[in-house]
Design a protein around this ligand. Structure first.
Ligand SMILES: *[C@@H]1O[C@H](CO)[C@@H](O)[C@H](O)[C@H]1NC(C)=O
Ligand SMILES: *[C@@H]1O[C@H](CO)[C@@H](O)[C@H](O)[C@H]1NC(C)=O
Ligand SMILES: *[C@@H]1O[C@H](CO)[C@@H](O)[C@H](O)[C@H]1NC(C)=O
Ligand SMILES: *[C@@H]1O[C@H](CO)[C@@H](O)[C@H](O)[C@H]1NC(C)=O
Ligand SMILES: *[C@@H]1O[C@H](CO)[C@@H](O)[C@H](O)[C@H]1NC(C)=O
Length: 468
C-alpha cells in the first residue's frame, strides 16, 4: 500500500565562465534569470500544492503570506441541539512552511489540544517548536517529535502536536487559537478548536474505526456481523464529499440506534502523499479522540472481518482480550486469511460472506503487510495501517484458535489488481456465524433464518473440503 514512484529530483548546476567579456556578462545575466526562474518554480507556493518543504530563508517568507486565517467556512459542525459539539475540517489545512493538518480538537480529559497531520521525511521539522496562542494571551508550547520511524519511497510521518490547555479553556465546547511555528513565524490563525466529543458517561469496551469511499453496499452486513461478535460502536470516516455521499442515508437505522457515527472526512490527497495520507490521518485522529472512551479499537476495512475461532468460548471478541497480559500492550496483531471462491464457481447474491465460502490453505505470513490490529488507543502514539509505529508492545493472536482476519479481497473492486491466492479449501464457518448473527437480530431460530440468506448459484464442481 506504499506509494510507488520515486520523486524526480531537480538538479541545478550553475557555472559562470571567468573572463568578464560582454558575452559572458550577457551569459551571466541569462544564468541569473534562469536561476531566478527555477527559484520561482520551486518556491512560489500555490495553496494546496503541498510542495513547501525546503527550509526557508527570510526573503522567501517575505514574498508569501505568513498566516492562514482559518474561519468558520473551513469546518463542518455537529448539531449542538443534538448534544454534538464536535467539528471537523472540510479538508486538511495547508499553508506556507506549516505542517498539513487534518484535524484539530480539544481533549478535556488529558487537558490538551491535539493536532493531527502528516508530513514527508524531506520536511525538516523534526524538533521544531510550535506555540499555541490562546485568545486571552496565554501561550503553551509543543514540538514535532524527532522521529525516524518510517519507510517507503515517500516516507510519511504522522505529526501529532499536543498543546496543554489553560484551565480557563479546558472544559469549553469550543474556542479559538493560533498555532505558530516558531523558527519561521508562520501560523494558522483563528483556528476553531471543538471538543473531541467524548463524554465521560459513554465508554465502549470494543469499537471499530474505518474509512470508506462509496462502499455503501458492503457496510450493513459488515456492521451486523461485528455487532454480533461484540463490537459496541463503529466510527466510519467518510472520504466522499458530504454533498455527494449517501452513507448517512444507507446507515440511517444503525445511526439512529446509536451504533454508528459517520465522520465527514472528504480530505484531499497531496502530491507524493497518495490516498494513504488521508487514511493514516484518519487512523490517528480516531486513536487520539478515543484514548479515554474506547478500551479496544479494531482497525480494519469493510471487506475485512474479525472472526473468533474458539468454539469453547463465546463468540464475543473481548473474551479473547480479557487476560491482564493484554492491559499493557498497544495492539493485538490479527493475521490475515484470504477468503473468496474458485474461478470456476460463479456465486450470486448480495452477501459477501455467502458468496465467498472458500479460503486459501494458509493465512498470509505475519509482517508481510497484511496484518491488522486491535488497538488499545491509550497505549498508542502513532499508528500506520498495519502496525503501531510508536507505542507499547504488540502480541499476536493465533489465527487457528483465537482470532483471525477474514479478508474478502476478491470482492473489493479497488483491489482487483492484486494477485489472489487459490481458494482451495471450503470453509463455511463464517456463513454459520453470519446466520447466528441474523438469527439473534431477528429473534428467530436459525432454521427460519435460512430464508434470509440469499440464493447461491454455484456451478458445482468438487473442491477439496477440509473445513476447519
Ligand atoms: C475569527 O473567526 C470569527 C468567526 O469566523 C470571527 O468572528 C473573528 O472576527 C475572527 N477573528 C479574526 C482575528 O479574524
Ligand atoms: C511574527 O508574526 C506576527 C504576525 O503574524 C508579528 O506580529 C510578530 O511580530 C512576528 N514575530 C517575530 C518574532 O517576528
Ligand atoms: C448516491 O445515490 C444516488 C442515487 O441513488 C446515486 O446516483 C449516486 O451515485 C450515489 N452517490 C455515491 C457517491 O455513491
Ligand atoms: C474445546 O474443548 C474440547 C473438549 O474439552 C477440547 O478437546 C478442545 O481442544 C477445546 N478446543 C480448544 C480450541 O481449546
Ligand atoms: C470441473 O473442473 C474440472 C477441472 O478441475 C473441469 O475439467 C470440468 O469441466 C469442471 N466441470 C464443470 C461441470 O465445470
Amino acid at each position: 500500500m506504499e506509494a510507488t514512484s520515486p520523486i524526480p529530483k531537480k538538479q541545478r548546476h550553475l557555472s559562470i565562465s571567468q573572463p568578464s567579456t560582454p558575452m559572458s556578462k550577457c551569459f551571466a545575466l541569462l544564468c541569473l534569470a534562469g536561476t531566478m526562474y527555477v527559484f520561482f518554480l520551486n518556491h512560489i507556493v500555490l495553496p494546496g500544492s503541498g510542495m513547501h518543504h525546503r527550509a526557508p530563508g527570510p526573503h522567501d517568507i517575505a514574498r508569501h503570506k505568513r498566516a492562514l486565517l482559518v474561519d468558520d467556512s473551513f469546518y463542518i459542525r455537529g448539531d449542538p441541539l443534538q448534544g454534538d459539539h464536535t467539528c471537523y475540517l472540510r479538508d486538511k489545512l495547508q499553508s506556507l512552511w506549516m505542517p498539513d493538518l487534518h484535524s484539530v480538537f480539544s481533549d478535556p480529559i488529558s487537558g490538551q489540544v491535539v493536532f493531527v497531520g502528516l508530513k514527508l521525511l524531506k520536511h525538516r521539522w523534526h524538533g521544531d517548536e510550535f506555540r499555541c496562542e490562546f485568545p486571552d494571551g496565554q501561550v503553551s508550547r509543543t514540538h514535532v517529535l524527532r522521529d525516524g520511524r518510517s519507510s517507503g519511497y515517500f516516507p510519511q510521518y504522522v505529526v501529532v502536536l499536543t498543546c496543554p490547555i489553560p484551565d480557563t479553556f479546558r472544559w469549553r465546547a469550543r474556542f479559538r487559537l493560533n498555532l505558530r511555528r516558531v523558527p519561521t513565524n508562520t501560523s494558522y490563525v483563528n483556528v476553531t478548536v471543538c471538543t473531541s466529543g467524548v463524554s465521560p458517561e459513554k465508554r465502549y469496551k470494543l469499537a471499530i474505526c474505518t474509512m470508506v469511499k462509496n462502499a455503501d453496499s458492503f457496510i450493513p452486513e459488515w456492521l451486523t456481523f461485528h455487532r454480533y461478535v461484540g463490537v459496541e460502536h463503529v466510527f466510519i470516516y467518510d472520504n466522499e464529499q458530504v454533498e455527494k455521499s449517501n452513507l448517512t442515508r444507507t446507515l440511517n437505522d444503525f445511526i439512529d440506534e446509536g451504533f454508528v457515527t459517520v465522520i465527514p472526512w472528504a480530505h484531499s490527497v497531496s502530491p507524493y502523499k497518495t490516498y494513504l495520507e488521508v487514511q493514516i490521518a484518519h487512523e490517528n485522529d480516531c486513536i487520539w479522540r478515543h484514548k479515554h472512551d474506547v478500551d479496544w479499537m479494531i482497525k480494519i476495512d469493510v471487506d475485512e472481518y474479525i472472526q473468533p475461532m474458539d468454539a469453547n468460548r463465546t463468540h464475543v471478541i473481548t473474551d479473547y482480550l480479557s487476560e491482564s497480559i493484554f492491559d499493557h500492550v498497544a495492539a493485538v496483531r490479527i493475521q490475515n486469511w484470504f477468503f473468496g471462491h474458485p474461478p470456476r464457481i460463479a456465486p450470486r447474491g448480495d452477501s459477501v460472506i455467502e458468496r465467498n465460502r472458500w479460503r486459501s490453505k494458509l493465512p498470509t505470513l505475519q509482517n508481510t503487510g497484511h496484518d491488522k490490529n486491535i488497538l488499545r488507543p491509550i497505549n498508542v502514539h502513532y499508528f500506520k495501517i498495519h502496525s503501531v509505529k510508536l507505542g507499547g508492545d504488540v502480541i499476536s493472536a493465533d489465527p487457528h484458535t483465537e482470532l483471525r482476519l477474514v479478508h474478502y479481497r476478491s470482492d473489493n473492486l479497488r483491489a482487483r489488481r492484486f494477485s489472489l491466492p487459490d481458494f482451495s479449501v471450503k470453509d463455511e464457518s463464517m456463513v454459520k456465524l453470519r446466520n447466528a448473527a441474523l438469527s439473534s437480530l431477528m429473534g428467530q431460530d436459525s432454521t427460519t433464518v435460512e430464508c434470509f440468506t440469499s440464493e447461491m448459484d454455484i456451478n458445482m464442481n468438487t473442491t477439496s473440503d477440509e473445513g476447519i
